[in-house]
Design a protein around this ligand. Structure first.
Ligand SMILES: [Cu+2]
Length: 250
């Protein structure tokens, strides 16, 4: 049985309506560590109420997989150019909210990236008092920079929002629990990602990025130098991999 063309047209329009065209265009890659870094993580004893049952704490400087997969690396595109939003490249993915949580008297995640001027959440997941002191990071083996903010969170579930207006590197620390430290890399755009435990990163682009070659940078808190290379982006897709080499760390 043959359908008249008009019916075909209606079915086509219905399908387009039901299954809108989502363009999922990401810049992806992996980060690995080669060689042996200068420092290593340590475990130590620090009993504190409200910090979980175990009094054994760990520094969290390195998350390295068996093949050198390096987590906690912030990767971002420098000066991205965007096509004018169209029906096709209109935001297809919600921009994920950035949050940092205090759990068991550690910051989770240990490293975040945020856009300058955009608020992110700071959550107390513990039934104990923390304060969050944010300082600028001037460089390794140098005294910390100025305080940007410092406030207390006294109860479990307390949630506050803060923002950094200037791109750069900031550390968060708690004066109640001296081992608590986290890193915030502030970028002047939203084309950034943080590598996971497999060393993988995905820069999600809610709006289409224009074709071209872009400078892309990678930063790990234990390396003074930022890695810089070029990624070729075509139809919103690009792949690039980074290698951090020890012992040029601290
Ligand atoms: Cu604390």
């Amino acid at each position: 049985m043959a359908f008249p063309p008009r019916v075909f047209g209606s079915i086509f329009l219905l399908l387009v309506f039901l299954f809108p065209v989502f363009v999922r265009a990401d810049v992806t890659g992996t980060v690995v560590l080669k060689g042996t870094p200068n420092s290593h993580d340590e475990s130590f004893y620090a009993r504190a109420n409200g910090c979980g049952e175990s009094p054994i704490r760990h520094t969290e400087n390195w998350k390295v997989g068996q093949k050198g997969e390096l987590a906690d690396v912030v990767v971002w595109i420098v000066d991205p150019k965007f096509e004018a939003p169209t029906a096709v490249n209109r935001p297809a993915l919600p921009v994920s909210e950035v949050a940092i949580k205090q759990i068991g008297c550690r910051y989770v995640p240990h490293v975040i990236a945020v856009q300058a001027g955009i608020p992110f959440k700071i959550i107390n997941g513990d039934a104990t008092l923390h304060n969050i002191r944010a300082k600028t990071f001037v460089g390794p083996n140098l005294p910390p920079g100025d305080d940007v903010f410092n406030f207390g969170q006294s109860y479990q579930g307390q949630t506050d929002e803060r923002q950094f207006d200037t791109p750069g590197i900031y550390s968060l620390q708690c004066d109640v629990h001296s081992w608590m430290q986290a890193w915030v890399r502030v970028v002047d755009n939203y084309c950034f990602a943080v590598s996971d435990e497999k060393g993988a990163f995905t820069i999600q682009q809610p709006v289409g990025i224009a074709d071209g070659d872009y400078k892309i940078e990678a930063w790990h808190p234990k390396f003074a130098a930022t890695l810089e290379q070029t990624v070729h982006v075509k139809n919103g897709v690009g792949v690039t991999n980074f290698v951090f080499e020890g012992p040029k760390s601290f």
